[in-house]
Design a protein around this ligand. Structure first.
Ligand SMILES: [Zn+2]
Ligand SMILES: [Zn+2]
Length: 322
């Protein structure tokens, strides 16, 4: 089968064998896949991943290895982390923190940029009727935005600031707005900010943020190293900073403001699929304006080139035939 593989270099190959589902796994024919910043990082060597890339996908279940086949023929999305199922973290439902975990297209497990893939049946969620593949493919990044609501109590009177107008920042702002809180999205790109503004989120250029303006919750989703200091300045005493960026860097930061203002820092990664799918199905969040371009799998190189451009948001791969 065809697949986009990273083996030190990004390659489109036609020679990958179709995977065979193990007991408890489903064989999935991939229909759409999304390229995310993590994929761009992987092509630069992030986590040393080797194999078939991709973790944002929609697909159709073709077979289930082992018992019941309730999902065969159904359109699905899937959670990306696969735990061992036996350790304390897995038993507590925290597979994404399992020390033995694999993650599709990121850590020790082939991903979704291929005609077929396998994933444990328990990771899969049926796509509601009426929700298109183009929208459902955003479930995984949207779930990451919903994770914030699992971690931080946000009230209707709270002032929430999201820093960063990339894909994740926009999705975080659109999700947090659903709480009724006073959410502002700050970024550097008027066109990207416009996507959130069109859906009712007040937006501002980061440089226009008032220096003394303090927020109850600041979500750092810029993907850039310096933004943590900005986040500290804009958080009120006893407020919360939610860190979404996974920028590994060695720049020294003065953490004293965290102590002086008794600020809580919350790291935040993958999130729950159910509320994300529900929000998409109900039209509470419109992800379609985030789609910058759609390419067939064969145009992998072009797709990655497009995804790496400054003003691009989501680039999708369409694997549906005919
Ligand atoms: Zn991603
Ligand atoms: Zn485990």
């Amino acid at each position: 089968m065809q697949a986009i593989v990273f083996d030190g270099r990004l390659k489109l190959t036609g020679g990958r064998p179709r995977p065979v589902p193990a007991r408890g796994e489903a064989l999935i024919r991939v229909t759409m896949a999304g390229i995310c910043n993590t994929d761009m990082e992987i092509t630069k060597g992030y986590l040393g991943f080797r194999g078939i890339m991709g973790h944002e996908f929609t697909g159709v279940v073709e077979a289930e290895g082992g018992r019941s086949g309730r999902l065969v023929g159904k359109r699905v999305v899937g959670e990306i982390n696969c735990g061992c199922g036996a350790c304390d973290l897995c038993l507590a439902g925290l597979e994404k923190h399992c020390p033995h975990r694999t993650t599709i297209g990121i850590l020790g497990r082939d991903g979704a940029f291929a005609e077929h893939m396998t994933l444990p049946v328990g990771n899969l969620y049926e796509i509601p009727e009426g929700l298109s593949d183009e929208e459902a493919v955003f479930t995984e990044p949207l779930a990451a935005a919903f994770e914030i609501l699992e971690q931080v109590r946000i009230g209707t009177s709270d002032r929430v600031l999201v820093l960063g107008d990339g894909k994740l920042g926009i999705l975080c702002a659109l999700v947090l707005r659903l709480t009724g809180a006073r959410v502002t999205l700050a970024g550097k790109h008027p066109a990207k900010l416009g996507i959130a503004r069109d859906q009712g989120v007040p937006v501002t250029l980061t440089k226009d943020l008032p220096a003394g303006g303090k927020h109850d919750v600041v979500v750092e989703a810029t993907g850039s190293a310096g933004a943590f200091e900005t986040a500290m300045m804009l958080t009120r005493p006893r407020g919360v900073i939610v860190l979404k960026s996974t920028v590994a860097h060695g720049t020294p930061i003065n953490l004293a403001p965290l102590v002086i203002d008794e600020i809580t820092v919350v790291g935040s990664r993958c999130g729950p699929f159910k509320p994300a799918l529900k929000a998409l199905a109900r039209g509470l969040v419109d992800v379609r304006p985030l789609i910058s371009a759609v390419f067939p799998l064969e145009d992998a190189k072009k797709a990655f080139a497009a995804a790496g451009k400054r003003n691009t948001l989501k680039v999708l791969l369409d694997l549906r035939k005919g």
